[in-house]
Design a protein around this ligand. Structure first.
Ligand code: PLP
Length: 390
């Protein structure tokens, strides 16, 4: 069948490729330990589910305003105000179908064909494709594990051109778990303001930070320079709500209106019931988040300890999200030549699923998710080590 060129150009998602292969092996009766997941393994907390059930019982099942119900927009603004000391209100917020949809809408609303978007690599898988779908150009900036996979203004400056429009910055990072410090964020933000670059700050993992790392945001920069910053967040990771599809963006009201116009012709409102659940999440008890955060921190420590014993592997300590991104390229050779064949080998040999670093723009590494039980984590890492290390 004849399809549009933009679809032909889309790269298939490597994360999905691994999970499809794992599903096939499972269907054949093989036991698979999957450390390839990008979602919390906890159930959505009870009080959030209760709010959704009440919404259904109350008949809250009709269309809502496209950018979200006022109480959810206010709750999201309240979240930013409470944690980051700004004064946002509901007009600065749009509710979309997950953080992913916010990012997609932003690319559509901000980018013209040929615009350049700076994307530090390793990056979250969908960034380059979203930029390409807006007919803009992803400009990848490579970072290294020795520098904790972070960029500094000098790196950005080297890739700056008159066409540079946006910087996509993700902290805490998927896949590396790297968290920028306040000083590092301030330096990048100042650079962006001086150069007239818009920073899209993907802060979807902001509550999942460890070892005393503070939760940080570029919110205060948005408050001072609302045309230069957009903050993306959502309930997915913080409240274990991946399937509910609720994300939100904090932006200049003009941009919010533009995204709303786009959304109005594409998806309209986010599921009404999910919006009520998200209100309960954002306005409710944060103790549940703290419990999940503690479990992730324990697992991160467990995984780091095991991987530290793997010879020839560099694995910067992640301070946030729920991933490790070890550089394993010194194992490449005759059995596997790159991250994709290494992950394929581990899946078929020992039934352990990781995601090839290539999917995130770094073929030296693999992504290991620790959003799994302690037992699964320990067993999978030991099996992988046995197969990898001679
Ligand atoms: N941004 C990053 C860095 C992510 O890791 C994810 C999900 O994996 C998203 C955005 C999208 O989140 P959502 O499921 O809310 O669309």
């Amino acid at each position: 069948m004849k399809l549009a060129d933009r679809v032909a150009q889309l790269k298939p998602s490597a994360t999905l490729a691994v999970s499809n292969k794992a599903q096939d092996l499972k269907a054949q009766g093989k036991a698979i330990l999957s450390l390839s997941v990008g979602e919390p393994d906890f159930p959505t907390p009870e009080h959030i589910c209760k709010a959704a059930k009440e919404a259904i019982d109350a008949g809250f099942t009709r269309y809502t305003p496209v950018p979200g119900i006022p109480e959810l927009r206010a709750a999201a603004a309240g979240y930013f105000n409470r944690y980051y000391g700004i004064a946002a209100d509901a007009d600065h917020i749009i509710i979309s179908n997950g953080g992913k949809h916010c990012l997609y809408n932003l690319c559509q609303a901000l980018l013209n064909p040929g615009d350049h978007v700076l994307i530090p690599a390793p990056y979250w898988v969908s960034y380059p494709s979203m930029v390409e779908l807006a007919a803009a150009k992803p400009v990848i900036i490579t970072t290294v594990p020795e520098k904790d996979f972070k960029v500094a203004p000098a790196d950005l400056e080297k890739s700056l051109t008159p066409k540079t429009r946006v910087l996509l910055l993700n902290s805490p990072s998927n896949p590396t778990g790297a968290c920028y410090s306040k000083e590092e964020l301030d330096a990048i933000a100042l650079w962006a303001v001086e150069r007239g670059v818009v920073v899209i700050a993907d802060e979807i993992y902001d509550r999942l930070v460890y070892s005393g790392t503070p939760a940080l945001s570029l919110c205060s920069w948005w408050q001072k320079h609302p045309e230069n910053f957009v903050i993306v967040n959502g309930v997915t990771k913080t409240f274990a709500m991946p399937g509910w599809r609720v994300g939100y963006a904090l932006a200049h009201p003009d941009l919010i209106r533009a995204m709303s116009r786009l959304q109005g012709h594409a998806t309209s409102n986010v599921c009404s019931v999910s919006q009520k659940a998200a209100v309960a999440a954002l306005n409710g008890d944060m103790g549940v988040v703290q419990e999940m955060r503690s479990a992730f921190e324990r697992r991160r420590n467990l995984a780091l300890e095991i991987i530290a014993a793997w010879p020839d592997v560099i694995c910067p300590k992640p301070f946030g999200a729920f991933y490790l991104f070890p550089d394993v390229h010194r194992y490449y050779g005759s059995r596997f030549a790159d991250s994709t064949s290494l992950c394929s080998f581990l899946l078929s040999e020992v039934g352990v699923a990781f995601v090839p670093g290539l999917a995130f723009g770094d073929d030296r590494c693999i992504r290991i998710s620790y959003a799994v039980s302690d037992d699964t984590l320990i067993k999978a890492l030991h099996l992988a080590a046995k197969a990898l290390i001679h």
